[in-house]
Write a new protein. Sequence first.
Length: 440
Amino acid sequence: MRPVKTLTFGCRLNIYESEAISKAAAEAGLSDTLVVNTCAVTAEAVRSARQQIRKARRENPDIRIVVSGCAAQTEPETFAAMPEVDAVIGNDLKTRAETYRSLPDFGARDSEKIRVNDIMSVRETAPQMVDSIEGHTRAFVQVQNGCDHRCTFCIIPYGRGNSRSVPMGAVVEQVGKLVDNGYREIVLTGVDATSYGTDLPGRPTLGRLVQTVLREVPDIERLRLSSIDSIEVDEALMDAVATDRRFMPYLHLSLQHGDNLILKRMKRRHSREEALAFVETMRSLRPGFAFGADLIAGFPTETDAHFQRSLDLVEEAGIAFLHVFPYSPRPGTPAARMPQLDRGLIKDRAARLRQAGARSLDRHLDAMVARGGVHDVLVERNGIARTENFTPVRVQADWSPGPRSIRIAGHSDGMLTLMDEPVRDRAPAGARQLEVATWR
């Protein structure tokens, strides 16, 4: 019998949840099964998942294939209709051992393959305790799930439900456990992380959670956040940025566009001016602070002038790590009913945005090289390390995962390069080296 494997698409929260899936499936005694944890953020993400499911079945004709995740939640019939799929389970069920114990009861007909509940009726997010994150040198910890906002392009609330927060004590316990297990860097993640705490007693904020983690887990070396909404950042988080060097000087922002009219049509809560003011404030608190961002190209009604403001925003905000999404209509969202742009035009604008992102990354790398000095990095795998502000560094392929101090010589192909001189491994004597798996 072969152990359960997971195939993960999409966000860091899905990566974390795949570990909880593996743990639940093992507790249920499941074997010879592949659980596909899908993403629904774009039509391409759904297509990719379907393609990989077909491939998995061709290569493993005798295994059970179970599909879950956001795409399974939002369009379960799509996956149930695939002959390669044995079962479809909802997002609220995928981390429960009893779900996998009940798999033999699933029927052969498409309708009997599906166990998907009304995600909007889910009111709590139970903490999922995991010991490690397979294949990763940093660990992700879920602090929040779901979203109360309804951006006109976004299907994710229908896959995740409304916003629910993990109690602060459970987050601290999970972080402490992972740090004790040897992880030097922890990433707090959620669907709408900056809404953390609005449903908890006392309404703690994300900033308060960050400060509590840093205080209660003194051995943590590096703490990061996943994607956030800058308009919801609170004073406590800014204080952590300014005063605690263990909070890494990098944030990934959910910006989506650079034009105020398009932002309004998207039902975003920030303006262009507020986004620019936020990045300026963060850099004033911590010199060298870097940013990533999501931008959508080709949103319905976007004109050349609207699009140009997104191009300009990349440079004005100094976005080093840009994620570009060509707009794709998601059935059931308001934007899908708006006047659509030509697909060729959308692809062209996405390509131009990526080019602007590449130029912005080059400027960021030039500035890193010009500053010089020693950088503390976390070595990942396959010859890649990350600086404190998340900049990738090409290092020797045989370096063990973990912290090191390095000096930068230059950059090429979007990565910093090392000086030709010895570097020192910062791992303390006797520290456990993280084993990095090659699968997933």
